[in-house]
Structure formats: C-alpha cells, structure tokens
Design a binder for this molecule. Structure first.
Ligand code: FE2
Length: 271
C-alpha cells in the first residue's frame, strides 16, 4: 500500500481531491470517514512497538481523530507550533515543481481524498491517510522536518536527472527509512508506517537491511509497486539533520558518475 510516486509524478488518477467550503471546512461522505476509521484503528495497532519513539510522540501531538478524516487546519496548527511546517491542500496528483516548491516552504502537500473500499489495502497514489498518518507525525521532529525541506530546496534547483537520483534518497529515508534505536530496529518512513503489510514485512527475514549511507541510497533503484527488497537503517534521526548540513548535490554528482546498482527486483513487466 502506498508505494507511490511521492515526488509528484503526473499520472492519471481516478481520485479527485475534495474542495473546502467558503469557511475552509472540507466535508467528506460518511463512507470516507469510515474508511479512515478502519485504516487508523488497524494501523495504530500495527505500528505499536515498531515505529520510532519520535513518530509515536508526533502521533500524540497530532491527536488524530479516529472516527473522521482530520481537517488540514488542525494538522497545520500542530505542525506549525512544533517545527514551522504546515500541510497544503493539493489535487490528487501534482507536478514536480509544485511538490518541491511546497516542501521548500515547509508545506507538506496533502491531496484531500481517501482510498476507495476496493483499494483499502493497496493503492499507488498517496491519499490523505498515507500523507497524514504516514508522514505528518514525523514532521513534528526537527531533524526529519529540516531534511524534508532541504530535499525540496535541492529538488527545485536540480536537473531532471539529478532529481531522479535525489528521489532515491527521499525514497529510502522519508518513505522507507528504518532507524536503529536502543530498543531495537524501528520505522520512521511513511511508506512503511501507512502500510500494515510492509510494517510487518520490514521486520521479517525477507528484505535486506544495510546501514544508511547517502551515496549508496542515491544509487539504489526501487520500484513503487512492490514491498522493498532493501531498507537502509539510520544510526539515529540525527543523521537526517547531518544530511542537511553536507553538500548533498556533490554526492548526487558522485552517484551519477558511479551509476545505479543492479536492481534487486525483477523488471516491472516480468513481475
Ligand atoms: Fe509519502
């Protein structure tokens, strides 16, 4: 679920983001609130003991409703107070420029639609459950928040080829990152945290887990429609802060010169 082109690829979507009324309130049909409730109740149990403490702390701060889809203003109020971030309402799919611009302004794009019951367990597009439950709790953490902004700033200035490399770094951190903690391995990546299947799988013997290294992550291919064969594990979330303080674009140049690693997965057509 939710292996999505988070970097804002423009593909057709069957979903339409809901618009707010004049007072800014976004109304959702009851069925959609029920979908949220089923998703959040299931996933709160799955992430317990598996998500990192910073994520759990962020969830406590957000105090997400169980029985209804949250309003973006309520999320923004908490994020702004904690790290100066907000969420920004966007259409179901947005382009790279918009995506990077928003992140650079500490605004996290959230498309105001939720998956249909038919796609309850898997959808490729990032819906409001993925964005809020998967990512917003971590955006209360300064290191994660600063790194996400840095990614937007770099992406804005990058060439399309550089963006493709940067996207891998984002993928293996913000989306599918793991972190080593005194209590053991924990998750901070939103692509895992919003997926019950991948939350369990990430701890299993199936995937390979390696210590995080920026150059390695930049060179690792991924597929958005499968559980990940490889995860990279931070020593601590502080490593994300350190990434904002180094010359990441020179790592991107280095990665481009060295090229991509061989994929650890079959090509999409053969899968
Ligand atoms: Fe995401």
């Amino acid at each position: 679920m939710n292996k999505k082109p988070q970097s804002g690829g423009k593909k057709a979507s069957k979903y339409v983001a809901r618009e707010p009324s004049a007072d800014g309130f976004i109304a959702y049909p009851e069925l959609e609130h029920q979908t949220w409730q089923r998703l959040i109740e299931r996933q709160l149990e799955v992430v317990s003991g598996r998500a990192c403490d910073e994520y759990i702390h962020g969830l406590e701060l957000l105090d997400l409703p169980r029985d209804r889809i949250p309003q973006l203003d309520d999320i923004s109020a908490v994020l702004h107070r904690e790290t100066g971030w907000q969420v920004a309402r966007v259409p179901a799919l947005i382009g790279f420029e918009t995506f990077f611009s928003l992140l650079a302004e500490r605004k996290f794009p959230v498309a105001t639609f939720i998956r249909s019951p038919e796609e309850f367990d898997y959808l490729q597009e990032p819906d409001i459950f993925h964005e809020i439950f998967g990512h917003c709790a971590m955006l209360t953490n300064p290191a994660f928040a600063n790194f996400t902004q840095k990614y937007g700033q770099l992406g804005l200035k990058a060439t399309p080829k550089e963006r493709a490399y940067l996207a891998r770094l984002y993928w293996f951190t913000v989306e599918f990152g793991l972190v080593q903690t005194p209590a053991g391995l924990r998750i901070y990546g939103g692509g895992i945290l919003s997926s019950p299947k991948e939350t369990l799988y990430a701890f299993s013997d199936e995937p390979e887990r390696f210590p995080f290294d920026a150059l390695t992550a930049l060179r690792t291919p991924y597929r958005i429609d499968i559980v990940q064969p490889i995860y990279y594990v931070l020593d601590s979330l502080q490593q994300l802060q350190e990434l904002t303080e180094i010359d990441l674009m020179s790592r991107v140049q280095q990665a481009m010169e060295l090229g991509l690693f061989e994929p650890r997965f079959p090509p999409k057509d053969a899968a």
